[in-house]
Design a protein around this ligand. Structure first.
Ligand SMILES: C[S@@+](CC[C@H](N)C(=O)[O-])C[C@H]1O[C@@H](n2cnc3c(N)ncnc32)[C@H](O)[C@@H]1O
Length: 214
């Protein structure tokens, strides 16, 4: 039921979504949005023709950056309306409609050199996030590939708690914003190496690498 209402929310938001992320709206939760996406691209360190999978591609703002670097880009999203926006902007990108919480193997041909995502994983609690990271590593990532996740995120759980009070009017209790410290502990158990870069006061980028790869 919750999934159905989230899908409806994103379908309704799609046409107007890019207005929410512009620098004129540079406040929680999208503070520094452009810088956050640029950080993903910088950390991804891609070469032309690399294969990129963007999870929760939305209106294609992150996918476009990789496409412009000569990468071969796939974008997945459960919202048909979001995908329609990307299709219009980036007809060359391979788009797949699927729910990240379901079976999204259809029409996606792994492996990918980079699996990226921006402002999506906060839909899921930490346990589900970790499950998704494991699934990506085992089924979709090439050997020595990198997972990069940009999102609403904080250096530790105490700072996240303080942020929830500071932004009390905007904080969505149905969402699960990241904290670096708890993420590192959870990832150690599944042998994923984590690096984190705070980019704005509420946005940052995680890099996940398989400790056993290579
Ligand atoms: C806040 S938007 C972010 C869009 C884009 N990545 C960006 O950085 O602007 C979240 C996106 O994730 C998608 N999404 C949310 N939950 C999803 C799920 N369970 N499966 C697939 N896509 C999902 C939404 O449809 C939406 O396009």
């Amino acid at each position: 039921m919750k999934q159905a209402s989230r899908l409806q929310l994103f379908d309704n938001w799609a046409r107007n979504y890019d207005n929410s992320t512009t620098s004129e709206n540079d406040d929680f939760p999208f503070t520094g949005y452009e810088m956050v996406l640029e950080q993903v691209v910088s950390l991804a360190d891609v070469k032309p023709n690399m294969r990129i999978l963007d999870l929760g591609v939305g209106t294609g703002n992150l996918a476009a950056r990789f496409f412009n670097k000569g990468c071969k880009v796939w974008g997945l999203d459960f919202s048909a309306e979001m995908l329609a926006q990307t299709q219009e902007k980036l007809p060359q990108v391979n788009l797949v409609q699927a729910d990240l919480l379901g079976d999204w193997t259809q029409n996606i041909q792994p492996p990918f050199d980079r699996v990226v995502s921006s402002y999506v994983f906060h839909e899921f609690n930490l346990g589900i996030k970790i499950g998704l990271l494991q699934k990506i590593r085992s089924r979709y990532l090439s050997p020595n590939g990198i997972i990069l996740v940009a999102d609403i995120a904080f250096p530790d759980v105490d700072i996240r708690t303080a942020a929830s009070q500071y932004w009390a009017d905007y904080w969505d209790e149905d969402e699960y914003y990241w904290a670096k410290d708890e993420t590192i502990i959870a990832c150690e158990k599944i042998r994923l190496q984590v690096a984190y870069k705070q980019v704005s006061n509420c946005g940052g980028v995680f890099t996940f690498v398989d400790k056993d790869a290579g």
